[in-house]
Design a protein around this ligand. Structure first.
Ligand SMILES: *Cc1c(COP(=O)(O)O)cnc(C)c1O
Length: 397
């Protein structure tokens, strides 16, 4: 794979753009054995054997019994099932879902699909997540049906602090841990427990199956309700018992998921390699502290922190000029998105400050050294403490 079109190929030195994210899922060969099992079983969905096996591997990698994992059709459907199970919307006065605005739109979308209205609370400047301690003073708690903290860019949430919040307030908590599977797996004990953790296995997350998700929760009663909610409200009999949806994982996605587990160690090693290369280059450029990626956050994100909004604009300009794609993953916050602009929120000073200076830069398990160097050079041309020339000499290897 050559990402830089060499001089001459296009007549001039015209580098091909480096995509901000190039997902890498198991190839056809890796998936084939599982597809053959589907051909043999002729079970295609409805809690089939592959989804069951996938749940087992999910549970195992997060250190819980197989019954504590539920495979879902995507992260959003997992969130909806968890909210429906824990916070039935029938409770008249409690119609709000408290969540950060510093997230992907799906958090708010899921709450809305459950008949709740998002209320955006500000984040902690260090963890970039909701602060359970501070939230105790949130003025809308008596109207709140559920709190949905988000694991920012996949940095997992502390189970014990949020359990304490639940006990104090009696308000159920659902973790939007969509991007957090990989980091959680490194130390599941502090992050997995009674509070459901909802994961996304969307292709762009580091553990991807295409479209898919999972919920892990160490509480049998909550699991039973979520299993019911994800399948038309059925539990055993064909009798709809509760508000629900169809959010089950089908056997084909489970096949990809199982192949992804087979290759997971190799993929994580590749992600780790890209992370170290990036770190080394940013360190040489004097920008180590500005850079964030795996294993602090999910390997599907590489983030550069600008000093302020002005520098972010300058960085985006430099990236545009050098053919480096970038993405503002959480945009300016969900409260800035058209559909959610009318939603209630508190003052979101920290959210706005942090959103204003974060840029997602290119990342992929097989991102080349050349590409990494090009990204770092472009960043250094704006923010570097050492001259770009110095870096260029070092980087010709
Ligand atoms: C990816 C993501 C989701 C949505 O997951 P899907 O599997 O795409 O439905 C939800 N919340 C956050 C924070 C995400 O990053």
């Amino acid at each position: 794979m050559t990402e830089i079109v060499r001089e001459g190929a296009l007549g001039a030195s015209h580098p091909a753009a480096i995509p901000v994210l190039r997902p890498l899922l198991p190839d056809a060969k890796a998936i084939a054995p599982y597809l053959e099992k589907i051909d043999a079983s002729r079970i295609y969905s409805n809690f089939g054997p592959l989804a069951d096996e996938f749940q087992g591997r999910l549970a195992q990698s997060l250190g819980v019994a197989p019954d504590f994992a539920l495979a879902t059709s995507c992260g959003t459907s997992g969130l909806i099932a968890a909210i429906l199970a824990l916070a039935p919307s029938g409770d008249g006065r409690r119609r709000l879902a408290v969540m950060p605005s510093f997230t992907f739109a799906a958090t708010a979308v899921a709450a809305e699909r459950c008949g709740l209205r998002p209320y955006f609370a500000d984040i902690d400047p260090v963890t970039w997540a909701l602060d359970p301690e501070r939230l105790l003073k949130c003025p809308v708690l008596d109207r709140t049906a559920v709190v949905i903290p988000v694991a920012p860019f996949g940095r997992p949430l502390p189970q014990s602090d949020w359990l304490a919040f639940e006990e104090r307030t009696r308000i159920p908590v659902v973790f939007d841990s969509a991007a957090a599977f990989a980091v959680t797996e490194q130390n599941p004990a502090s992050h997995i427990g009674r509070i459901p953790s909802v994961f996304s296995f969307q292709a762009t997350k580091s553990f991807g199956v295409g479209e898919g998700g999972g919920v892990v929760c160490a509480d049998p009663e909550r699991m039973r309700k979520m299993r019911t909610a994800i399948n038309f409200g059925f539990y055993g009999a064909r009798d709809s018992l509760m508000p629900s949806l169809n959010g089950k994982m089908n056997e084909y996605s489970a096949a990809v998921g199982l192949a992804a587990f087979d290759r997971w160690e190799t993929k994580l090693a590749a992600i780790g390699r890209v992370a170290s290369l990036y770190r080394a280059r940013f360190a040489e450029a004097g920008l180590a502290e500005r850079f964030l990626t795996w294993p602090e956050i999910d390997g599907s994100y590489a983030l550069l922190r600008a000093a302020d909004r002005g520098e972010r604009e300058a960085l985006m300009g430099a990236f545009d000029k050098d053919g480096v794609e970038y993405r503002l993953w959480y945009g300016e916050g969900v409260h800035r998105q058209t559909h959610f602009a009318e939603a209630e929120h508190e003052e979101l000073l920290r959210t706005e400050a942090i959103c204003g200076n974060l840029i997602g830069i290119p990342v992929a398990p097989d991102l080349s050294e050349d590409s990494i160097l090009r990204v770092v050079r472009a960043a250094t041309s704006v923010s570097g403490r050492i001259p770009v020339e110095g870096l260029r000499r070092k980087g010709t290897a």
